[in-house]
Each structure stands twice: as structure tokens, then as C-alpha cells.
Design a protein around this ligand. Structure first.
Ligand code: NAP
Length: 706
């Protein structure tokens, strides 16, 4: 591995929130080493800022989170790059780069990190050596990622002066492609086994039957568009029992490497620490569709003091123990045999989530509990790699079909079922994948984030829905008269069911936590009005805001009006923090509380409530408009990034238009271009621009969650 400053060195730099960009980046880095390039791979925040101006070739893989924000592991880099740009003209004049963005068009600001990074790099004097790729998870990341990677190698070879890609490949990527073509020609007989695959008996509750109609496969002569298998990176070797890391067995609620991680950067902002879990209280009625819990966490005093209302915390949770047992059983490996994890090729560094397990021996159970996400959505690359491990041609063909262009609809079906790796291995019984190969294929297990909703009395409280749900999947093989009888698939999240179990145990537990400070804080007093919009658990940070206002009120600090829009399904089922909000309303901590009930017509009729928060925002256009335009209120919106966030944004734009239509002179105070005459009103596009400007001025803050 050459120094990053070598003209021929390629640095793979990623910004990743859920692990997708990180996985792609590490796979590209390993392939790049196989292609003969001196390479390295880093999260953007761990890349030394001082080295940027001396870097010659970089490949950026970046995703976007929340409301178009950079992922947590790119925030420091972002600030440094902005500072560097301010202080120096064209500081990155040496740099050639390629850029792949990952995003989802279901959310606003699609691939915003990639688009902004591209502009910033260009402004810094860097030159793109290969076209930018923007992949959309709504239609399938692979549709863009695979062709982008295909074209990257020749472009990279040209940029750094290497040989043609195919001449350099070790590990047979070209071979794998040829194999896909050959496999595709041999699809006969697959259908005969299709019904068999559908009828795999469900003997274990943790895995679910996969419902896929492979009928189309029989008609196909050729499959195309299947991705290449990711490179093989990991190696596992048995270790003597005595070599096992003693700290690993000391706790089942903390990852085996927690002590080392806690000691790593004691002063860093996101440094993890151990906190004690307290009691949990249910906030929703038994009959409610969702179980929302309010959980107490006791952090060390210094961490508590540094946390502000509106911040979030990351919780490190393991995979479900039964799921790990089912996987170990299916793999046919000994769960408690200590193993050593290393890279097959000593030139390649393991990704950080696996590196943590490489300094000492651990059992495979520990590695599967804490290193990789066993519930993350299946990727086409994984299907391709599993196909190569099948002894049975039918299993192999079906897997190749699922990851091919021709099997796109069936692949979507698998994604809709939220199928995980254990489901797949049961659906394809002849697949004999090794544990080390699985570690190559599965995404890193990421900590889960929750807003801190109370920071009082030396402890934190978080509110969350326990992620356990059922999906109804239409069974393509059901007889016509049975079509209504869909297959029900049960799914559960990683962290919230675990927290619930721990909180209801008799003995208290320690968990690994890190603060995730953000920008979503209550503006300093001065009597400025505050408007808060937070349906469901989106109300969490506002509980902290109102606690803060209650304290300020008690201390005699002047506070302006505070108006909360809260939405739930029914006042009798999921009206979170009902009593507390009413009490704050009575005390004047909250000046106005507007409730919405989405699934309770009686309650709407009786109270005059609207269905959704954006309906209530529109229904109060006159008063809200006055607060926003005349009194410069600060608006806070928290909750779902996909539906509620954009809907409320549109509603606020409507409020501005309606207010200016009723009060034409108000236009002048909005900073929009003059169009002559008092009666011109405000167009929707202008209103949306005003909101963008208010967001930049921190008058309109959004904490949106994917
Ligand atoms: P929820 O129960 O799903 O929804 C609350 C209310 O919002 C329901 O009445 C729901 O109506 C309604 N709603 C549905 N679609 C809407 C839309 N497009 N616009 C406005 N309202 C809509 O809420 P939740 O499950 O608690 O989710 C809230 C969001 O906040 C999630 O995205 C969550 O990740 C995020 N969040 C979580 C935390 C945390 O710490 N756990 C903190 C902050 C934010 P129907 O269901 O009847 O359609």
C-alpha cells in the first residue's frame, strides 16, 4: 500500500449512515488492490484534512441522510473542506476524483451530499475524471451502482496510468460475468423446483418463508444485468480456546470491543460510553397499533451535562440472539469455537466493523451478534455471491434470476418482504456459503439513533416505537378463490425490541451509547415565538424544548408564545405525553396546542380537529402567517422525512401565499424580488424559496428521520 500522496495512490473515501456507502467503498477498495492499484479506504471524518491538498486520486462514495444532510461520519470533513475553501483559492488543484452518490427520491433533496460535494470539489479546483453516478434506492441502487462501477475501472486506469482492468483482475470478476451468461442459458428445470422453494417448511419462528413466483424463469433463454460478486476479503481460522478475548464474555449487552472503543478518543464528540438502562413506561394504550415506550437512560454526569434538548443518542445493539442461533445452525458451524478473523490478502485492510474483531479471538456467535446487520435489506450482489455457493443448479438459477434485469419485479417482491439472510439461506437449501464469505456480504451493524426527549434530573429519556410488525404478501400460488388469503410475514427491528426486553428484565443493564449532537435546538429566548410541528414520536425533542421553557419561565426569563402541532391516530390510543402537554398548556409554558387525529372520525367531529398536522397548519393560515411573517417566529418540524416533512413544507408555503394574498404589504418583508404593485401576491415557488432561505438562517429547522 503506497502513501496517499503518491501520484498513483487511490483513496476511497466514504460518507455512510446505514452502511451501504461504506460497504461499496470497501469492496471497491479491495477490487482496486486486486486491480494492482496502491489504495486505501477511509470514512471521510477519519481522513486527515491536512492530507487533502496533497491527495492525487480519490473515489468518493457518499450517501445522504435526514433532510438532505451529510452522514454523521462526514460532518467534520464537511466543515474542514468549507474552511479550506474560504482560506485558500483552489486548494485541491492536485486532485482528480470520481463520485458516486446514494440517495432515495422518496425523500426531498435527493443525493444532496453528492451534489454539494461535487460542487465544493469543483470549486476547490479538483477535476472529475469519471462521470458522477447518482443511485436511487427507490428504484434500486444497483441500477446505477453496477454500471458506474463497471466504467470506473477503465477510467481509473487511465487516470492513474494502470493497465486495462481485465488484465489486472485477480479473483475472477470477468470469469464471474461469463459464468452468469452460462448459468442463464441453463434455466430449464428451475420452475419444477420453484414450488418446492415456496413450500419450505417454516420450522423456526425467526425465519420466514420467501414468497416468489419464478414462473417467468422458464421462458428465459438468457439472463443479463446480474451484478458481479463482491471480492472475497475475510478469512476465519480456528483459535485455541485460551486465545479468546476475556472481555468478550463479560457482558451480553455490551459489544466485546466496547472497552477499547470507549478509550479511543475520550474527548471526541461522538465518543461512545457505557450508560445504565432504567425503567420503561408504555405511552400508548394496549389497543394501539404501535407500542411506544418511554425509556430512561442514566449516562455518566459529564455526558449528561453536554447534552441539550433536541440532541439525539446512538445506541449500540446486537442482532437478535435467536436469529444468530438460527444462522449458525444453518451454516452448520460451532457457535462457541473461538476463531481468528483476518483479511485473506495481507495488502487489504479489513473494514472498521470487522477490524474490531481482528485483534483477538472471538466466537463466531459474538461476531455475528455485533459486527454485521442480519436484518438489512438483501442486495443483488449478495444474491449473486450466494448463487455461486449453490450445489443445486435450480437454486443457483433462481438466485441468478432474482439478481438479473429479468427478475427485477421478483427482486422488488423480496425487498418488500424485508427478507433477510436467514430467510434466503432457508429458501435455497443447497447454498453452502461459508461464515467468512457471509462477513464479506453483510452490511455493518450500525448503532440506532433516538432523540433525547428529556434531559432532566441527571438522566435522559427516549421515546420510540417497538419495531415489530407484520407484512401481508400476496401469494402468487394461491388458488383463485384463496387470493384474499395473503401470506403474513413477521418482522422485527434490531434495537427497539432488544431495549424493550432489557428494560423489562429484573436486573438493570449497561448499554453502549454515544451522543449525536445536532443543530435542532431551541433558539435563545428574546421572546421570539416558537412553532413546533411533531406528529407521533416526532414530538420527542419538543418535550425537551418545553422542559427548557418551563425552567426559563420559573427563572423569570421572558419567553415568547409557543405553539405545538401534534398528530396521532386517536386521542384514546396514541396521544403521547397527553397529561404533560395539558399541564404545560395550563401553566402557560405552551401557549397553544393543536391536535390532529388521523383515524378517529368521532374525535375529529367532537373537537373540530384536523386529520394531519399539515391540514391544521393550513387551517390556521392567518394566525400562523402573522407569527411567521410579522413576528419572525422560529419553526421546528420533527418526524418522518418521507411523508410528513415534505407535506408540512408545502403547507407552510401555502400559509405564506395565503397570508400575502390577504395582506399584500407583507410581501415586502419576505425578501423576495419586487414585481411591482401591491397586489401581486406571492407565488408558490417564491414561498418555497422563502422557506429555503429561512432554513439557511436557522428560522426554519427540520429534524427529519428516514
Ligand atoms: P406515526 O404514529 O406513524 O404517525 C403519527 C401521526 O402522523 C399518525 O396520526 C399518522 O397517521 C400521521 N401521518 C402519517 N402520514 C403523515 C403525513 N404524510 N403527514 C402528516 N402526518 C402523517 O408516527 P411515528 O411512527 O411515531 O413516526 C414519527 C416519525 O418520527 C418517524 O419517522 C420516526 O423515525 C421519527 N422520529 C423518531 C424519534 C425517536 O427518537 N424515536 C424522534 C424523532 C422523530 P396515519 O398513521 O393514520 O396515517
Amino acid at each position: 500500500m503506497g502513501a496517499d500522496t503518491d501520484a498513483k495512490h487511490v483513496a476511497f473515501l466514504y460518507a455512510s449512515q446505514t452502511g451501504n456507502a461504506e460497504t461499496i467503498s470497501h469492496q471497491l477498495y479491495a477490487s482496486s488492490v486486486h486491480h494492482g492499484h496502491a489504495s486505501s479506504c477511509h470514512a471521510l471524518d477519519t481522513y486527515p484534512a491536512s492530507a487533502l491538498p496533497t491527495l492525487h486520486t480519490a473515489v468518493f462514495i457518499v450517501s445522504t441522510t435526514g433532510d438532505g444532510d451529510p452522514p454523521d461520519n462526514a460532518l467534520k470533513f464537511w466543515r474542514t473542506l468549507r474552511r479550506t475553501l474560504k482560506n485558500k483559492d483552489k486548494p485541491l488543484g492536485n486532485l482528480r476524483y470520481a463520485l458516486l452518490g446514494l440517495g432515495d427520491t422518496n425523500y426531498s433533496n435527493f443525493c444532496n451530499t453528492a451534489v454539494r460535494l461535487d460542487a465544493m470539489l469543483e470549486e476547490a479546483g479538483a477535476r472529475r475524471f469519471y462521470e458522477k453516478g447518482l443511485a436511487d434506492d427507490a428504484t434500486g441502487l444497483e441500477d446505477v451502482v453496477e454500471p458506474w462501477i463497471e466504467g470506473l475501472w477503465p477510467a481509473l486506469n487511465e487516470a492513474v496510468g494502470g493497465k486495462a482492468a481485465d488484465e489486472q483482475v485477480e479473483g475472477g470478476e470477468a470469469e464471474a460475468e461469463a459464468e452468469a451468461e452460462a448459468d442463464a442459458e441453463d434455466v430449464d428445470g428451475a420452475v419444477a423446483a420453484a414450488v418446492e422453494a415456496l413450500s419450505v417448511a417454516q420450522t423456526q419462528p425467526v425465519h420466514q418463508r420467501l414468497v416468489v413466483d419464478y414462473g417467468a424463469l422458464a421462458q428465459l433463454q438468457k439472463l443479463s444485468g446480474a451484478p458481479k460478486s463482491p471480492p472475497s476479503i475475510c478469512a476465519l481460522t480456528p483459535a485455541p480456546a485460551a486465545a479468546s478475548d476475556s472481555s468478550s464474555s463479560s457482558s451480553q449487552t455490551l459489544p466485546p470491543w466496547h472497552a477499547a472503543l470507549c478509550a479511543e478518543h475520550p474527548d471526541a464528540l461522538h465518543q461512545p460510553f457505557v450508560a445504565r438502562l432504567g425503567a420503561a413506561r408504555r405511552l400508548t394504550a394496549d389497543a394501539a397499533a404501535k407500542r411506544t415506550l418511554l425509556l430512561t437512560i442514566e449516562p455518566p454526569a459529564a455526558e449528561h451535562a453536554a447534552c441539550r434538548a433536541g440532541d439525539a443518542i446512538n445506541v449500540y445493539a446486537p442482532n437478535n440472539g435467536d436469529l444468530v442461533s438460527a444462522l449458525l445452525e444453518r451454516l452448520g458451524v460451532a457457535a462457541d469455537q473461538p476463531v481468528l478473523l483476518a483479511a485473506q490478502d495481507e495488502r487489504i485492510a479489513l473494514p472498521p466493523h470487522l477490524q474490531r474483531f481482528s485483534s483477538a479471538a472471538h466466537t463466531l456467535r459474538q461476531i455475528l451478534l455485533w459486527a454485521v446487520d442480519l436484518t438489512s435489506p438483501v442486495r443483488k450482489q449478495t444474491l449473486r455471491a450466494l448463487a455461486e455457493c449453490c450445489a443445486d443448479a435450480g437454486d443457483r438459477d433462481r438466485l441468478l434470476f432474482l439478481c438479473s434485469r429479468q427478475g427485477a419485479a421478483q427482486f422488488d417482491g423480496v425487498r418488500r418482504q424485508a427478507a433477510h439472510i436467514v430467510d434466503l439461506l432457508h429458501a435455497f437449501p443447497s447454498c453452502h456459503v461459508g461464515a467468512a464469505r457471509l462477513l464479506d456480504l453483510l452490511a455493518p451493524l450500525q448503532p440506532r439513533a433516538y432523540s433525547v426527549c428529556s434531559v432532566e434530573a441527571g438522566r435522559w429519556q427516549v421515546a420510540f416505537n417497538v419495531a415489530e410488525y407484520e407484512l401481508e404478501i400476496a401469494d402468487p400460488f394461491a388458488a383463485a378463490e384463496e387470493t384474499a388469503a395473503a401470506v403474513v410475514v413477521r418482522r422485527r427491528g434490531v434495537c427497539t425490541p432488544w431495549l424493550e426486553r432489557l428494560a423489562t428484565r429484573a436486573a438493570s443493564a449497561d448499554v453502549l451509547v454515544a451522543r449525536r449532537p445536532g443543530h435542532f435546538h431551541l433558539a435563545d429566548g428574546e421572546g421570539r415565538p416558537v412553532v413546533m410541528v411533531g406528529p407521533g414520536t416526532g414530538v420527542a425533542p419538543f418535550i425537551g424544548f418545553l422542559e427548557q421553557r418551563a425552567r426559563e419561565k420559573q427563572a423569570g426569563t421572558p419567553t415568547g408564545p409557543a405553539w405545538l402541532f401534534f398528530g396521532c391516530r386517536s386521542p384514546s390510543l396514541d396521544h403521547l405525553f397527553d397529561a404533560q402537554l395539558s399541564s404545560w398548556l395550563a401553566q402557560g409554558v405552551l401557549s397553544r396546542l393543536t391536535l390532529c387525529f388521523s383515524r378517529d372520525e368521532d374525535a375529529r367531529r367532537q373537537t373540530g380537529a384536523q386529520r394531519y398536522v399539515q391540514d391544521a397548519v393550513r387551517a390556521n393560515a392567518e394566525e400562523l402567517g402573522r407569527l411567521l411573517v410579522e413576528q419572525h417566529a422560529v419553526v421546528y418540524v420533527c418526524g418522518d422525512a418521507r411523508g410528513m416533512g415534505p407535506d408540512v413544507n408545502q403547507a407552510l408555503a401555502d400559509v405564506l401565499c395565503e397570508y400575502v394574498a390577504a395582506h399584500p404589504k407583507a410581501r415586502a418583508g419576505l425578501g423576495v424580488e419586487e414585481r411591482g404593485g401591491e397586489e401581486v401576491g406571492l407565488s408558490r415557488a417564491e414561498a418555497l424559496q422563502v422557506l429555503v432561505r429561512w432554513a439557511a438562517e436557522k428560522r426554519y429547522l427540520r429534524d427529519l428521520w428516514a
